[in-house]
Design a protein around this ligand. Sequence first.
Ligand code: DX5
Ligand code: ZN
Length: 232
Amino acid sequence: MSERQPAGPADCVIAPSILSADFARLGADVDRVLADGADWVHFDVMDNHYVPNLTIGPLVCAALRKHGVTAPIDVHLMVQPVDRLVPDFARAGASLISFHPEASAHVHRTIQLIRAEGCQAGVVLNPATSLSVLDHVMDDIDLVLLMSVNPGFGGQAFIPGTLEKIRRVRERIDASGRAIRLEVDGGIKPANIGEVARAGADTFVAGSAIFGEPDYADVIARMRDEVAAARG
Ligand code: DX5
Ligand code: ZN
């Protein structure tokens, strides 16, 4: 279905994390952030097992689709095991599904499962995860999600060492010749999004920096300006 195909400006996708949205009025808050210029909805799924926090599942994803959200929904699974939930999220309207390789016994199989369910597939690298997890999956993935904080909570500070890692993943993606998006997640705000873009990211998750401000449109516009300026 066309609304499940990730879209947005090719070189700058802004994906607000609804972890920091108003859960009591989630549909309205998501409508608002999309109307204010966001491209994707970043949907953080935590299970109190792989990470020490508990958030939302497929029912909430389906509810957003039923509410009328047509933007790509970018599901970030912080769950273990992974595979059981993939078909549920595909049926619930996920566009992309990313997972942590440490949480899957068979990483390649999980990627195949996500794609067989009609979604784009991403692998997520924690701050201490080696890039070697990408070695044998570059032909099969649509997205690399680099964590710039440890997963589990919104509102943490960006880990500066991520910048060098972004550069190295960018080299790998360019060498692959494939259209793999490079998304960075954690502590992104107008003050640092420029250097994240300069390092090679094209897709930017931001939770507290957007939902924590009264004027979403202003923050998103400032983020886009910083990305454009960083690229000259
Ligand atoms: C952390 C989540 C992030 C988080 C980002 O585990 O994956 O998506 O919500 O939040 P901020 O932008 O507030 O760091
Ligand atoms: Zn996330």
